[in-house]
Design a protein around this ligand. Structure first.
Ligand SMILES: Cc1cc2nc3c(=O)[nH]c(=O)nc-3n(C[C@H](O)[C@H](O)[C@H](O)COP(=O)(O)OP(=O)(O)OC[C@H]3O[C@@H](n4cnc5c(N)ncnc54)[C@H](O)[C@@H]3O)c2cc1C
Length: 392
């Protein structure tokens, strides 16, 4: 089980995540059935202050570290994983922008928007042409220099949380001189700027409530200060720090697996078919499945939290390549072991697990989405192999 850590912040964060998870989880089925976005979750989120977890204390946030947030996000993921993913993006992006080298005035402005107005933020990098930005594709979204700044045109897909985001960190290509490669940079775009619109495109098997919609940018005019940083300038330490902040995203998927195991355990204790004079929990084959389910989750949990603790202790700066490789391992285990645990939970519950009246089918669908979030499994195993071979 999750070790809450020693600090008061970690304890409060975990408890807040637990309270929100229970509220959000209770709403998920109705929203899925109605095809509606759970806007009220975000009112509760803002009231709780949880969306400020990674905002530094001097700005009015919690100042939580990556280990605190990873544990809390695992608990949040047990409720409505879609909402937990949107929240993960917010917490992670705030942690990343703290170290992104933004101009101070820009950083202050964004953090005060988040604290004072409850704004949410995410990166919108994916496009139909690039696929996963983690593969290095050049955006087809362009940022054309104008006298005062830039004009941005393009379409971003999979923009998690689009219905409730205010700030979009948009990757775009600034055309180079004739024959030269374009420079890929990030720009800050706000929802209420002329030319920004959201197209509701997300109609997916998994995470149906996370609003992974398209952000359409039509000749959006930005001033020079909207240029945040150039992707090419990051040091290995910056890259590892950013990678480590992927752990709270991975934690959401682990949380789905944990929720499935809790549901299956309760189900097994309650279910007494009339072929038996006891619950199915007393049967050896159910106990064996439960044992394998727990084994999968323990492997994922222990690696996830150990790597998160290592990240919180500063491993990204000490040993960036190792940090990045271990994050990949933790994410791979969190996602894949959660899927294994959910499969076993469904075998324990039997055919009732297929019913739309139980959450197991939602867990089954939601967990698969983790495979599409970076780092992707092939990249993680390759990096881990290099680490094992002493090549990193
Ligand atoms: C739940 C969820 C949330 C997301 N949130 C966000 C978000 O907030 N912001 C955002 O910008 N994006 C987000 N994404 C998008 C995500 O990062 C990817 O862009 C998206 O999943 C498409 O990636 P893909 O690998 O399937 O694409 P494709 O490029 O279509 O890949 C298809 C297949 O080919 C393989 N492949 C493609 N290119 C290469 C290559 N160069 N080398 C090796 N193999 C390759 C892939 O591994 C995959 O198996 C999200 C996706 C999901 C599922």
């Amino acid at each position: 089980m999750a070790d809450l850590g020693n600090t008061e912040t970690a304890r409060r964060l975990y408890e807040t995540a637990g309270a929100l998870a229970d509220i959000f989880g209770a709403r998920a089925a109705a929203h899925e059935a109605a095809g509606t976005f759970p806007y009220e979750n975000y009112d509760d989120l803002r009231r709780s202050g949880y969306h400020l977890a990674t905002v530094p204390e001097k700005y009015g946030g919690w100042g939580a570290n990556v280990a605190d947030v990873t544990r809390a996000q695992a608990r949040l993921g047990e409720g409505c994983a879609s909402t937990a993913l949107v929240v993960a993006m917010q917490l992670v992006q705030v942690a990343r922008i703290r170290r992104a080298g933004w101009p101070q005035a820009r950083l202050d402005g964004v953090l005060s928007g988040i604290v004072e107005k409850g704004y949410l933020i995410n990166t919108t990098a994916s496009e139909p042409a690039t696929g996963s930005p983690s593969r290095g594709g050049i955006p087809t979204t362009t940022a054309t220099p104008t006298g005062e700044g830039y004009e941005i045109t393009g379409r971003k897909t999979y923009s998690t949380g689009a219905p409730v985001l205010h700030y979009f960190i948009v990757s775009a290509a600034i055309p180079g001189p004739e024959g030269a490669k374009p420079q890929v940079s990030n720009f800050l775009v706000e929802r209420d700027q002329p030319g920004v619109s959201i197209e509701t495109t997300w109609n997916s098997l998994s995470l149906r409530l996370c609003g992974n919609d398209d952000v359409v940018l039509e000749r959006v005019r930005l001033d020079k200060a909207a240029l945040l940083s150039s992707a090419q300038k990051a040091t290995p330490q910056d890259v590892a720090y950013s990678a480590a902040w992927g752990l709270p995203v991975a934690a959401v998927y682990f949380g789905i697996g944990r929720a499935a195991s809790k549901y299956a355990a309760q189900y097994a204790r309650d279910r007494k078919p009339n072929s038996l004079d006891k619950s199915i929990a007393e049967l050896a084959h159910i106990q064996e499945k439960a044992g394998r389910m727990e084994l999968a989750l323990l492997e994922a949990e222990n690696t996830l939290f150990a790597v998160a603790d290592l990240a919180a202790s500063g491993e990204a700066d000490r040993n960036p390549s190792r940090m990045t490789a271990l994050v990949g391992a933790a994410k791979l285990l969190a996602t894949n072991r959660a899927m294994e645990a959910i499969d076993l939970a469904m075998r324990i519950a039997g055919s009732a697990s297929l019913s739309m009246e139980t959450p197991l089918q939602r867990y089954y669908r939601d967990a698969r989405a983790g495979l599409g979030n970076p780092p992707l499994d092939d990249v993680s195993t390759l990096n881990l192999g290099k680490l094992a071979l002493g090549l990193l």
